[in-house]
Design a protein around this ligand. Structure first.
Ligand code: UDP
Length: 480
């Protein structure tokens, strides 16, 4: 129920669970903690059942008002094989008229508009209407730093980024290894590269940036974003680190508990490796065999969310979330694997109750594609990570976790570049689960990170303060 007694915020969210989840969660937080009313204009990928389900439950919860525009048909505007960033950019471009009409149909004046990363082209709309506008980066500060600095790198770096001999320098931040660049930077002649550079150029047109990280996780990068001699020069707008914004473990009702969670209940504390590659991650058939043998040889307990393998690039199933069709997954696993591991492992087809699994005391490690939502779910539960980056900005995330934060191990070659062998998989599992030196350091560090994430969100913590100062800015200009 919309009233005129509270200030109102409008979100524009872009396709993909990696965007929808943090937008819905931040919306809820602004309603419950900061006393706003929130309307979310959602653009979905239209092929993901999970997105639709998530939106349905948000509509039922009625914390935020949800506007769901009719789907846009972009098929005549792009090549069928267009890259993900291109597809999302075109969708967000085509949705602008609908977003504009939705804004003018509101019977209140919003205090601010918050546009999630892929929708920055719509910043011109609140600008025309004279409404304060913010960009929401649902990922970490290092990715934000790379994105806003890319237009400069674009001017000075010659040739492909991946072919550079030197790391890419970003003022005041950890340099980016050429092999770690985000997907849209892999080919500078592809349309998705131009779309991504455009986003980098557009972000500073906002009045501020909300970023899904916290001070203690990325102190150096956040300081660089505020330093007039470093990255602040590029953006000249405030950055509000308000994270971790993530899904918390919902109440699982007695009686409705699934077999999997009952099984977890019966495993020793921190003994299970949870293996899952997000909403879009798929592996080659060969890589699946290596993981299967690696798990089996490690003798470690595990839960593995298995999808139909692919021979294409890692993000090929991004728009077909969790869909394994009628497939029998045993076809993709080594002969006898399911029988041999039936006492120590559980294989689930397509999609698993991830938040419940990671939040369970029996889970001891997360073998993850390093999507930022997954990472936040892991860190806030104190679960160390085996980083297995596949697509988007995941290589950057994995490096951040392994080399800066110290909560992850990762294979020597990138899983997006080749096949990681079973022996190395066994070694990583042993290190994270049992090693008494490096492994022990990682396990201790991730518990510290869990605690500092809680402190950041608590009353008086850095993220709590950042959210209040953002809320204060929005309320200042709002006229009842
Ligand atoms: N997820 C889940 N079950 C699965 C796979 C993923 O619940 O089997 C959820 C996961 O908890 C996370 C989201 O889907 O909240 C995936 O977001 P992330 O940013 O990690 O990766 P993306 O899918 O965007 O690559």
């Amino acid at each position: 129920e919309i009233t005129n007694s509270k200030p109102h915020l409008v979100f524009l969210s872009s396709p993909g669970l990696g965007h929808l989840i943090p937008v819905l969660e931040l919306g809820n937080r602004l309603v419950t903690l900061c006393n706003f009313e929130v309307t979310i204009f959602t653009v979905l990928s239209n092929t993901s059942q999970t997105e639709t389900q998530l939106l349905q439950s948000a509509m039922t919860a009625k914390i935020c008002e949800i506007i769901q525009p009719p789907p846009v048909d972009i098929s005549s505007l792009i090549q069928p094989e267009a890259a993900i960033v291109t597809q999302i950019s075109v969708m967000m471009r085509e949705i602008r008229p609908a977003f504009r009409s939705a804004l003018s149909a509101l019977n209140f004046g919003p205090a601010a508009i918050i546009i999630d990363l892929s929708g920055t082209e719509s910043l011109e709309i609140p600008k025309e209407l004279g409404i304060p506008k913010y960009v929401y980066m649902p990922n970490n500060a290092w990715f934000l730093a790379l994105t806003i600095y890319l237009p400069f790198l674009d001017q000075v770096v010659e040739g492909e980024f991946v072919d550079q001999k030197e790391n890419l320098e970003i003022p005041g931040c950890r340099p980016v290894r050429p092999e770690d660049v985000v997907d849209p930077m892999l080919d500078r002649s592809n349309q998705q590269y131009f779309e991504y550079v455009r986003v980098g150029n557009e972000i500073p047109k906002a009045d501020g940036i909300l970023v899904n990280t916290w001070e203690a996780l990325e102190p150096t990068t956040l300081a660089a974003l505020r330093d007039e001699n470093l990255l602040y020069k590029t953006i000249k707008i405030p950055v509000f680190p308000i994270g971790p914004v993530r899904r918390a473990v919902g109440k699982v009702q007695v009686g409705s508990k699934c077999e999997l969670l009952n099984w977890l209940d019966n495993q020793p504390k921190e003994s299970v490796v949870y293996v899952s590659f997000g909403s879009g991650g798929t592996l080659s058939f060969e890589q699946m065999q290596e993981i299967a043998y690696g798990l089996e040889m490690s003798h470690q307990r595990f839960i593995w969310v298995v999808r139909r393998p692919t021979i294409e690039t890692g993000d090929s199933s991004f728009f077909t979330t969790g869909n394994v069709g009628d497939d029998d997954i045993s076809r993709y696993l080594p002969d006898g694997f399911l029988t041999r591991t039936k006492n120590i492992g559980r294989v689930i087809p397509g999609w698993g109750p991830q938040v419940q699994i990671i939040g369970h005391p029996s889970t001891g490690a997360f073998f993850s594609h390093c999507g930022w939502n997954s990472i936040l779910e892991s860190l806030t539960n104190g679960v160390p990570i085996i980083g297995w980056p596949l697509y988007a900005e995941q290589r950057l995330n994995a490096t951040l976790l392994a080399e800066e934060v110290g909560v992850a191990v990762k294979p020597k070659i990138l899983p997006s570049n080749g096949v990681v062998k079973r022996e190395e998989i066994v070694m990583m599992i042993r290190k994270i689960m049992a090693d008494e030196e490096e492994g022990d350091k990682i396990r201790k560090r991730v518990k510290e990170v869990k605690e500092n994430s809680e402190r950041a969100l608590n009353e008086g913590g850095s993220s709590c303060n950042a959210l209040s100062s953002f809320a204060g800015e929005c309320k200042k200009g709002w006229k009842r």
